[in-house]
Write a protein that binds this ligand. Structure first.
Ligand code: FEC
Length: 310
């Protein structure tokens, strides 16, 4: 048929406005509303970040448009991109319904997060698959792309340009690069989840591509629940590094692709301040956002997945 293949681009989602923070937080907590204190604390974090209050929405919009543009260049008319968000409108299910309303019968799904965990990408895919089955849409999914050469190159370019902010080769050699990603509950380890290995593989490949010798991997943004989360947390790591005499850290949050709260607050405000109090200069690599290499990565993966449709 001449109908385009749908491309469901999935992302975390952010509130529409200050009034929607409570509904968003309740959705993240699987229907359990936050306490007034928790809500006030999250609202304060959104108010503190730079680049607008909810930059993730605009970044996701630009990424979806960038993937469409790249697919149009390579395969004119063959693909139509839709958005589906995990915790905000348009929800994943809304994106699938929009495809169905346009008469789409075949689609691929891809998440704006390169590393697979059953608790992250796995849950996006599960929801999209269920919605697609209900609408009679055939769907194939990209599960991970943590070692795609263009992704690694895009990260390496960012590592090199951020390192240059510290000075010449001599100063750059004294910088500790800290790769990081969103922590998850430790119980993913006993589930044979690939998340940790994939993150370490991306870190290793990007460090090698950028010529970075001194790096470590650390976790960030752990949830405040009673169960144990993957560590060490970045703040504990910074404390340890300060005691070891490290004076310069370059943060490389490779588990994320956009400017958003977990980067603009947890790293740029919280971790930077924590580091400064310990005499450490703390810089961060630029996020990918709609970088052309990242858009090419996503478009290639979508087209490959579409080729595998029955
Ligand atoms: O800018 C924004 O508005 C959204 C920023 C944002 C991104 C993001 C990405 C990930 N999360 C992941 C896992 C969890 C788990 C919990 C959890 C909780 C929150 C809360 C906020 C939040 N997350 Fe998020 N996450 C973002 C924002 N996240 C806000 C609630 C308050 C807080 O804990 O700070 C714990 C849920 C629970 O309580 O049960 C687990 C993972 C990612 C990266 C992959 C992806 O993008 O999907 C994993 C961006």
């Amino acid at each position: 048929t001449n109908r385009p293949v749908g491309v469901l681009v999935m992302s975390y989602g952010t509130p529409k406005s200050m009034d929607h923070i409570e509904a968003y937080y309740t959705h993240i907590r699987r229907g359990h509303p936050p306490t007034p204190e928790q809500l006030a604390e999250l609202t304060a974090r959104y108010e503190a970040i730079v680049g607008g209050v909810f930059p993730l929405r605009e970044n996701t919009d630009r990424q979806a448009a960038g993937v469409q543009a790249q697919l149009d260049r390579e395969h004119p008319g063959a693909y139509k991109v839709y958005q589906g968000l995990k915790h905000a409108e348009p929800f994943i299910e809304d994106g699938v319904k929009a495809m169905a309303a346009d008469g789409i019968r075949e689609a691929v799904g891809i998440v704006l997060a390169p590393h697979y965990s059953v608790m992250s990408v796995g849950s996006y895919i599960k929801r999209a698959r269920e919605a697609a089955e209900a609408e009679g849409i055939q769907m194939a999914f990209v599960e991970s792309y943590h070692l795609h050469p263009k992704l690694i190159e895009a990260i390496a370019v960012r590592l090199r340009s951020a390192l240059a902010r510290f000075g010449g080769p001599e100063e750059q050699r004294r910088v500790k690069v800290l790769f990081s990603a969103h922590s998850l509950p430790e119980r993913i380890l006993s589930m044979g989840d690939p998340y940790v290995d994939q993150l370490l593989a991306t870190s290793r490949a990007a460090a090698e591509a950028a010529g970075v010798a001194d790096w470590e991997f650390t976790w960030q943004s752990a949830g405040r629940t009673n169960e144990p989360w993957l560590g060490p947390d970045i703040l504990d790591m910074l404390d340890r590094l300060a005691k070891e005499g490290v004076k310069a850290v370059l943060s490389a949050p490779i588990g994320f692709v956009s400017d958003h709260l977990e980067v603009l607050y947890d790293l740029d405000i919280e971790a930077k301040q924590f580091a400064a109090e310990r005499g450490i200069r703390f810089e961060r690599i630029d996020m990918l956002n709609d970088d052309p290499l990242y858009m090419e990565t996503l478009a290639e993966l979508a087209a490959e997945a579409a080729a595998g449709l029955p």
